[in-house]
Design a protein around this ligand. Structure first.
Ligand code: ADP
Ligand code: MG
Length: 384
């Protein structure tokens, strides 16, 4: 059962010159207790979606329902929704304790003793008990982040909205806060919409991911569904790092012919793939870096000669940039990830095996997925 529903939600801002459609016909059902990550590049409408849910921005059209009731016209304070902003927005002249008490004093009529207890408990949960008498300027970024979170938690809301809450933290603290936030959310069981532009946060934190681009919803699914069965080329490229490799291919009978490297990458396709392509004459072949095998022998089926351009060792694995076209000074490369112990160096000729099970085919014009990799596992199951 959905506790929070966005039903054909659209937001148009009217500038002096033109209309900007910031959010275009977005529908998402969010389940009670779910951790939904709303992800997409900067400017795609993420903050606008959150602000509409919080009641800080009106809808141009559509409906938002909380627990079944339409809340379009409800004031922010009556929504029982707490939002944590990217810049924390703490009151600088107040102590941590006062910052956390403030929202409660304003919006509820619970007793002073109860407020104290709630603040104490929340501070413990967030491990900031020692900081209660400090002012925000005496805190590190990570501590301020926790206080901002605490201010939302004490209100005991039905829904948390978090707008890029980790983006101002350094890499190590960010990774730590990722797991902390998941622990806290699980402990509280509060329905959460978490906004980020970082696909790693989306993959690691979400029960489900909603991918947004240009105000339009691209896909909603578990992290693994979005990763292995992307709805289109945008999702395929956005989710995963290093990104999926793409090749522009011309369809000739039961072969896909690379448009850029003359004769050196011609990919035979099965009847099933051929059927998925239908009448199209141009498609994009997509393959993830870990799905390409580097071998010695170029004689096998779906195996091609290539040359190593650059090797980036990462310890546990190597990121290898390969090219089909070693004649050019700045060749077009594709990425393969291999075991960190594999001995491989720039300039080396190799063979790459691109198994048909693992390829994705996209419509060259619309980006729509025509076939994704073949899967045996059920990806709809969430990790929690
Ligand atoms: P994100 O949070 O994904 O970076 P936003 O929701 O902030 O994106 O913005 C989406 C689009 O709407 C952008 O093009 C932005 O410039 C525009 N926008 C956001 N708020 C306003 C506003 N108050 N007035 C006009 N345009 C806005
Ligand atoms: Mg934003």
């Amino acid at each position: 059962m959905a506790i929070l529903t966005l039903d054909h939600v659209t937001k148009t801002f009217t500038d002096s010159k033109k209309d900007i459609v910031a959010v275009n016909d977005v529908s998402i059902d969010i389940a009670d207790g779910e951790f939904l990550v709303l992800v997409g590049p900067s400017g795609c409408g993420k903050t606008t979606v959150l602000r509409m849910i919080a009641g800080l921005e009106s809808l141009t059209s559509g409906e938002i329902r909380l627990g079944g009731a339409v809340i379009n016209d409800e004031s922010p304070t009556n929504r029982n929704i707490a939002m944590v902003f990217q810049n924390y927005a703490l009151y600088p002249h107040m102590t941590v304790r006062e910052n956390m008490r403030f929202g409660l004093e304003e919006s509820t009529d619970i007793s002073d003793a109860d407020i104290d207890r709630k603040v104490r408990e929340t501070a413990e949960l967030l491990d900031i008990s020692e900081l209660l008498d400090r002012k925000p300027k005496e805190l590190s970024g990570g501590q301020q982040q926790r206080v901002a979170l605490g201010r939302a938690i004490v209100r005991d809301p039905a829904v948390f909205l978090l707008d890029e809450p980790l983006s101002n933290l350094d890499a190590k603290l960010r990774a730590h806060m990722r797991t902390e936030l998941q622990r806290i959310q699980e402990e509280l069981g509060v329905t959460t919409v978490f906004v980020t532009h970082d696909q790693t946060e989306a993959m690691t934190m979400g029960d489900r991911i909603a991918v947004l681009n240009g105000g339009e919803l691209q896909q909603v699914g578990t992290p693994l569904e979005c990763y292995h069965t992307p709805a289109n080329q945008f999702v395929a490229e956005f989710i995963g790092s290093p990104s999926m490799n793409f090749f522009d291919m011309e369809v000739q009978g039961s072969r896909l012919i690379s448009q850029t490297v003359d004769g050196r990458f011609e990919y035979p396709i099965s009847d099933e793939t051929r059927e998925a392509i239908d009448e199209r004459t141009e498609v994009v072949l997509g393959i993830r870096p870990e799905d390409i095998d580097v071998t010695e022998d170029a004689d096998g089926f779906h195996t091609f000669e290539a040359v190593v351009d650059v090797v980036e060792p990462r310890g546990n694995e190597n990121t290898i940039y390969l090219t089909f076209d070693s004649d050019t000074k700045t060749p077009e490369t594709f990425i393969v990830t291999v075991d960190g112990f594999m001995q491989i160096s720039a300039g080396q000729p190799v063979a790459v095996h691109i198994p048909e099970d693992a390829i994705n085919i996209f419509d060259a014009q619309t980006g729509e997925t025509l076939r994704h990799r073949i899967l045996t596992e059920d990806l709809s199951v969430t990790s929690t």
